[in-house]
Write a protein that binds this ligand. Structure first.
Ligand SMILES: *[C@@H]1O[C@H](CO)[C@@H](O)[C@H](O)[C@H]1NC(C)=O
Length: 446
């Protein structure tokens, strides 16, 4: 009996390695009956290699928990046709494919985060909460919680539609009125409410615009710690992001004071600023500096417009709430000077900056490949230069030949550049250097 159990568990164990399926170009036709979580990777990409063991764990865990989600990986360079049909542009790209819908995963590449995403997106778009107990349980677990209250209605249809698209970001629930505690007083039914920041807010069609834009604006706590990933996600809300740049290890209270001031604006001046601002703090200025390609001091306050990469700095160090409120208002009414932006000069600067970090990241993730990619052309060029310089040069035809040589070489070099940048796109995403609004849900085209 023990022997049998041992044999059985070793069978289970060995099958754990096959829980991630290697996909090929037949995948497009065979995938429709199932929900698939797929890692599109490139064999040479460093971040893909880092994801590989995590991906095996994701496969094992989802299968162990009895999830209907099937896990696969596809070499996007070998099956580039299939990959581009799924809209894969960088590596690694993680997508959940559910019927005609394809959902992009943009969060941190850890087992728990990926599994949470898979379970959330694979499940129903709107989850119903049958009891007060369930409601309270859910409220405890989620810092931001959208809830539809009422029976069938056009609003519910709209809510379901919005949920099936924005489920990539957050959970959507529904309940009947008697599930809510007495402290929640609704003016009318049906209603859509969001619970967050220790309170709740009701969607108002006339004031808040479309339901999807409201959900998009409200899906974060008004104040939160911000890192590269969060900032990238916050960009999709279209809000300005007000950040206290702090040093968490700083023992003096200056950093803490700026955080406190921003928190007070978020909590006490919600009506005035919540629609346009997202608030938070970020530890250290390294990330911000690379983003604005400049220097901000620590501690300080900066407001970023992620849609056009402009930023605002207070004219003088912020000392009190009044000053901070004035700064926020001046950004809104356009009287504060904007820095950065995506003008033509800025774009050139960005290209240079990106090219430099691309080269750096290729070298960092794989020095051999870096030497090959950049060293080989350089070597060829120097050999040619050497050849040209040492050749006899008293003949005109010889000169012409040389000219054509150098031209060809330059063209060859220019072609290399975009290829490299495209290949490293996923890696730049990881660094979060690009803040671009990519639509996260895309209707799949078959
Ligand atoms: C932020 O950028 C968007 C897009 O360019 C622009 O429409 C908006 O006015 C900017 N906001 C501020 C406060 O400058």
């Amino acid at each position: 009996m023990a022997l049998l159990r041992a044999a059985f568990s070793s069978l289970l164990f060995s099958s754990a390695f096959a829980l991630v399926q290697d996909l090929d170009d037949t995948f497009k036709d065979s995938r429709m009956e199932d929900v698939w979580l797929v890692d599109f990777y490139a064999p040479w990409c460093g971040y893909c290699k880092k994801l590989e063991p995590v991906w095996q764990e994701v496969g094992a865990e989802l299968s162990r928990s009895g999830s209907p989600v099937r896990v696969g990986k596809m070499d996007a360079t070998a099956y580039s046709g299939v990959a581009s049909d799924f809209g894969v542009r960088g590596y690694p790209t993680i997508k959940l494919l559910k019927g005609d819908l394809a959902y992009n995963y943009k969060g941190p590449r850890t087992k728990d985060d990926i599994i949470e995403f898979a379970n959330r997106v694979a499940g129903p778009a709107v989850r119903s909460l049958p009891s007060r107990q369930m409601f309270e349980h859910v409220l405890k677990r989620h810092s931001v919680c959208f809830l539809y209250v009422g029976g069938e209605s056009p609003l519910k249809e709209k809510y379901t539609e919005v949920a099936s698209e924005l489920i990539v970001y957050t959970y959507f629930f529904s309940a009947s009125e008697d599930v809510l505690p007495e402290s929640v007083a609704l003016h009318e039914l049906p209603s859509v409410i969001v619970f967050k920041d220790g309170s709740y807010f009701t969607y108002d069609e006339y004031e808040d615009g479309s339901l999807s834009s409201w959900v998009n604006r409200e899906r974060f706590q008004s104040y939160l710690p911000i890192d590269g990933f969060t900032l990238y996600e916050l960009g999709d809300t279209g809000k300005l992001v007000a950040i206290a740049v702090t040093d968490e290890k700083d023992p003096t209270e200056r950093s803490g004071r700026l955080k406190g001031l921003i928190q007070r604006v978020a909590a006490e001046h919600r009506d005035q600023f919540n629609r346009d601002f997202q608030f938070g703090h970020m530890d250290g200025n390294g990330y911000i500096n690379s983003l604005i390609m400049g220097e901000v001091s620590v501690p300080s306050i900066i407001i970023l417009n992620t849609s056009n990469e402009q930023y605002f700095l207070p004219a003088e160090p912020v000392e009190d709430l009044e000053q901070l409120l004035r700064f926020f208002s001046s950004v809104l009414d356009g009287s504060a000077p904007a820095f950065g932006g995506d003008g033509i000069f800025r774009k050139i600067k960005r290209v240079v900056y990106d090219a430099r970090s691309t080269v750096m990241s290729v070298f960092r993730s794989s020095p051999l490949l870096g030497c090959f990619l950049f060293g080989l052309p350089l070597g060829v060029i120097s050999l040619m230069c050497y050849g040209i310089c040492t050749a006899e040069s008293d003949d005109d035809t010889e000169l012409m030949k040389r000219d054509s040589f150098t031209d060809e070489e330059e063209e060859g070099e220019e072609e290399e550049q975009p290829q490299l940048t495209a290949g490293a796109e996923g890696e730049e995403d990881e660094d979060g250097e690009k803040i671009q609004q990519k639509s996260t849900t895309e209707k799949k085209v078959d």
